[in-house]
Ligand binder design. Structure first.
Ligand code: UT7
Length: 331
C-alpha cells in the first residue's frame, strides 16, 4: 500500500513586486536578477503570517476533495518562518481551518522541508493514518533584510498544500525517496540570531541578525552538485531512464541550478517545471506550488512519473519519486 496525493492547492498573495521595485532602494537591477537567478517578480504577503498563506490553500484542498476539516488526522507544516516559535503553526492552521480531530507539528527542513514532510506523511499513511495534510509555505519577507541586495531579491512568499491518503495498491503514490543532510553546511545559509544561542537583544536587532544570511556562491556550488547527484541517484535506484520521467519538479532557488539538475538527468527543458520567474524562492512552498500549477494546467495524469528534488539550508537535500495518481484536469 502506498500513500498518494488526492487533492492539491496553492496560495500566492496578490501583491506582486517586480525586479524594478528594488532598483531605487538598493544597488541592483532587473538584468542582474534575471540573468543570475531567473527571477522576474515575486509576491509579498504584507500583514499576517505563514498560516495566512497555508490556510487558503488548505481550505481549497478540502473543498476540492469534498471532505470536512474534521476528517483530517494529521497536519504537517513545513516552514522556517512559523507564525511563532510556539505554539506550532500546525496548531494555528488546525484552529483556523477547524480540523478539530487532527494533531500535528511543524517541520523545519528549509527548502527541503516539503520533501521531508511528504515522506514523513507518506510513512504515516502507510502505517495506517487515513488523511494527512502536508503543507509547505514560507513568509520569507518576514526574515529578509531589504538593505542586503545579495539576499532580498531572491525570495518570495507562498504556500502549497497536499492531502495524502492510502492507495490500496502500489500502482501510484509516493514511491521512493533519497533524503540527505549535512550540518557542516549550516554556516552558509542561516538566521544568526533570534534562537536560543543568541536570543534577541537590542544589539542583535541593530546588527540585523534576524534576517537571512547566505554565502550565495558557496551554497550555489553545493546545490548544483547535491541536487543533480541526488536526482540522478533516485532515477538509477528506481531503474528510470530519462524517457520514463514525465516531469522534474525542482526547488526554485536559481534557474542555473535547475538547468544543471535537468542536464545531469538527461531531461529536456520541456519536462522541467519552472515558475521561479513569477514567485522567486518561496523556500518550503516551491515544490507544492509547482505541483499544484502543473496539475491545474492539465499537465499531470494518472501514472506520470515525477521526480521532486530540492537543496537548501542545513544543508538539506533530496529527491522523491512520485507516481501521480489523480486524473488529468480538463483545463
Ligand atoms: O534555496 C536555498 C538554497 N539557496 C540557493 O540555492 C542559492 C544559491 N546561490 C545562488 O543562487 C547565487 O549564488 C546567487 C543568485 C545568490 C548569487 O549569484 P552569483 O552568480 O553567485 O553572484 P555572486 O554572489 O558571485 O556575486 C557576483 C557579483 C558581486 O559583485 P562583485 O564582487 O563581482 O563586484 C555581488 O556583490 O554580483 C553582486 N551582486 C549583485 N549585483 C546586483 C550580488 N547581489 C546583487 C544584486 N544586484 N542583487
Amino acid at each position: 500500500m502506498k500513500a498518494t496525493i488526492t487533492s492539491i492547492a496553492r496560495y500566492l498573495p496578490p501583491n506582486v513586486y517586480d525586479n524594478h521595485w528594488f532598483e531605487d532602494k538598493i544597488d541592483t537591477n532587473d538584468e542582474w536578477i534575471r540573468t543570475r537567478t531567473g527571477i522576474r517578480e515575486r509576491r509579498f504577503l504584507g500583514e499576517g503570517g505563514t498560516s495566512d498563506l497555508i490556510v487558503p490553500a488548505a481550505k481549497e484542498v478540502l473543498q476540492r476533495r469534498g471532505i470536512s476539516a474534521e476528517e483530517i488526522d494529521v497536519i504537517i507544516v513545513c516552514t522556517v518562518t512559523p507564525d511563532n516559535f510556539f505554539p506550532s503553526t500546525a496548531a494555528t492552521v488546525q484552529r483556523k481551518i477547524g480540523a478539530t480531530n487532527a494533531w500535528g507539528f511543524d517541520l523545519s527542513g528549509a527548502c527541503s522541508g516539503f520533501l521531508y514532510g511528504l515522506w514523513t506523511g507518506a510513512k504515516m499513511v502507510e502505517g495506517g493514518v487515513k488523511k494527512v495534510l502536508v503543507c509547505g509555505g514560507d513568509k520569507m519577507s518576514s526574515i529578509l533584510n531589504f538593505e542586503d541586495r545579495a539576499t532580498c531579491v531572491l525570495f518570495g512568499d507562498g504556500a502549497g498544500v497536499v492531502l495524502l491518503e492510502p492507495n490500496p495498491d502500489d500502482t501510484h503514490g509516493i514511491m521512493d525517496s533519497i533524503l540527505k543532510m549535512d550540518g557542516n553546511g549550516g554556516q552558509y545559509l542561516y538566521m544568526p540570531a533570534g534562537g536560543s544561542v543568541k536570543p534577541p537583544t537590542k544589539e542583535t536587532v541593530e546588527n540585523k541578525e534576524h534576517y537571512v544570511f547566505q554565502d550565495g556562491q558557496t551554497v550555489f556550488k553545493s546545490a548544483v552538485v547535491g541536487m543533480a547527484n541526488v536526482s540522478a541517484e533516485i532515477m538509477e535506484k528506481n531503474n528510470l531512464r530519462a524517457d520514463d520521467v514525465s516531469w522534474l519538479v525542482p526547488h526554485q532557488a536559481n534557474l542555473r541550478i535547475i538547468d544543471a539538475t535537468a542536464n545531469r538527468m538527461g531531461l529536456s527543458k520541456e519536462k522541467v517545471v519552472v515558475n521561479i520567474d513569477r514567485y522567486g524562492n518561496t523556500t518550503a512552498g516551491t515544490i507544492p506550488i509547482c505541483l499544484s500549477e502543473l496539475y491545474d494546467e492539465g499537465k499531470l495524469d494518472t501514472g506520470d512519473n515525477l521526480i521532486l528534488s530540492s537543496f537548501g539550508a542545513g544543508y538539506t537535500w533530496g529527491s522523491v519519486f512520485l507516481k501521480w495518481g489523480m486524473k488529468k484536469t480538463n483545463s
